[in-house]
Write a new protein. Structure first.
Lengths: 367, 107
């Protein structure tokens, strides 16, 4: 049973789709963030009169609007390769039309991919009709069946679920908000842009697509504060006359800092990998603080990505800034305290391979 | 021993290249030849040629996502792992690869 579940490779397909989704979120997200920062409207009619900033915001918004289709197409492509693309797109559109949004796109993608695989496996045609398979049978049957299921069976309930969830999150009291913020903060900060961070991202993006902006704001905050916290740690360490980074790591900070301003966490990874446990503890604590503060003050970014550029889109930017500063200071101080001091001109250590983690054969697939 | 492989992570800007570096270092240490292709968000770099793959004893695929050209590796032994395993335990992975090759040769 467990292996049957594993063979579905749900996580792998989801991550593949997210890898296609992220550049869209970044590209469109920056456009809408810049546009709205300069007073553009994200729902301008581009056939009538509009300003330059309206155009930027509106196109960014349009790009973000197709995310359910992107996730659906990405998953279907991951499962069924090229034949999955067309049905994935159409079923993703169906999910959007019926109001099932991002969750609908996600489920629709799996449905599209598996439908294509099933059709390729079970529909047998006489030789003369083989040419019809890729052009007619697969795209038509998969899209047709998938859309029927989406629109008449699962779309409605998913829509209700989303509405209920939105309502539930809208009525949270302060202590539950802080709790959710804390969870988002910890989960988003402990793997530096890895699979956990991206899974949380998919979740909070779903929330935003349903009109709840606070969770994704907490994630933006933590993703910015983590690399900025590493930078702060350098200076805080100096205050204590403690040198916590070696030369290579200081160089890494120089690129991680600007990446952090724009909400890209991954810049600090090389530093983290030299000292995983201490870094994860420090960023986890900082992330918990930042996430909780952001949710407590209901900081609300209207864009899903952008780092510093997201701040002008908020109606409560002060809460965000307080949370950001707190997160940076906590992460930075924790790092400065936890990390071992290193001599200023230390050469790169010969890596110790004796204490490398044991391989878990569940993670390795040999074929 | 000759190893080929592909590294690809979700975001395609960091884990991919760190996994590449760690595996290359570990292979060098163990005295193996290694050629790794990266499929990041920027696209494919350091691409493997069909000859590279045909000559290799094993392919190590450190991938979190679907990669391009999976069918290239149909004919050779493959070891597929998530990128974080390649980053955390590259040397153990090399030992395991050598063990797998040995088993295949004896079988």
């Amino acid at each position: 049973m467990k292996s049957a579940f594993k063979n579905l490779r749900l996580k792998n397909h989801l991550l593949t789709a997210i890898s296609y989704l992220i550049p869209v979120v970044c590209g469109a997200g920056f456009m809408i963030a810049i546009g709205m920062a300069f007073g553009g409207s994200s729902s301008a009619d581009l056939t009538k009169s509009f300003s330059f900033w309206d155009a930027l915001s509106t196109m960014g918004g349009a790009g973000l609007g197709v995310l359910p289709m992107i996730i659906s197409t990405g998953i279907a492509f991951s499962i069924a390769d090229k034949p999955g693309i067309a049905p994935g797109l159409v079923i993703g559109l169906a999910a959007q039309q019926i109001g099932a949004g991002f969750i609908g796109g996600l489920i629709g993608g799996f449905m599209a991919g598996w439908l294509v695989l099933a059709i390729l496996k079970y529909v047998k045609l006489p030789t003369w009709a083989n040419g019809l398979m890729p052009m007619l049978i697969v795209p038509f049957l998969a899209s047709f069946i998938g859309c029927l299921i989406m629109i008449y069976i699962i779309g409605g309930p998913i829509g209700w679920l989303t509405t209920w969830l939105t309502h539930y999150l809208g009525t949270l009291n302060n202590s539950s908000k802080v709790f959710y913020g804390l969870m988002i903060g910890v989960l988003a900060s402990v793997d530096y842009g890895g699979p956990i961070n991206k899974t949380v991202f998919a979740f909070v993006l779903t929330m935003q697509a349903s009109g709840v902006n606070e969770p994704i704001t907490a994630l933006i905050l933590v993703n910015m504060a983590t690399p900025l916290g590493f930078t702060a740690a350098y200076f805080i360490g100096k205050l204590f006359r403690k040198n916590i980074y070696n030369k290579v790591e200081v160089e890494t900070i120089k690129t991680a800092f600007p990446m952090g301003i724009f909400e890209i966490v991954e810049g600090v990874l090389p530093i983290v990998l030299n000292d995983i446990v201490r870094c994860v503890v420090a960023t986890g604590i900082g992330g918990a603080v930042g996430g909780a503060i952001s949710m407590y003050f209901s900081a609300n970014s209207k864009v899903p990505f952008g780092g510093l550029l997201a701040i002008p889109t908020m109606t409560k930017p002060m809460g965000f800034i307080i949370g950001l500063v707190a997160n940076i200071l906590v992460t930075g101080t924790a790092l400065a305290l936890l990390k071992k001091p290193v001599p200023v001109d230390e050469k790169e250590e010969e890596e110790d391979t004796s204490n490398e983690a044991e391989l878990n054969m569940d993670d390795i697939q040999i074929s | 021993m000759k190893i080929v492989g592909v590294c690809a992570c979700t975001v395609g800007i960091a884990h991919t290249y760190i996994a590449q570096e760690k595996l290359e270092k570990a292979a060098e240490k163990a005295g193996y030849d290694i050629h790794l292709e990266t499929q990041g968000t920027i696209g494919t770099q350091n691409e493997l040629t069909p000859e590279d793959i045909a000559d290799a004893d094993i392919a190590i695929l450190a991938i979190d996502v679907k990669i391009k050209g999976m069918d290239r590796f149909d004919k050779i032994t493959k070891m597929t792992v998530p990128t974080d395993i390649a980053i955390k335990s590259p040397n153990k992975l090399m030992e395991k690869a050598a063990q797998v090759i040995k088993q295949r040769q004896n079988a």
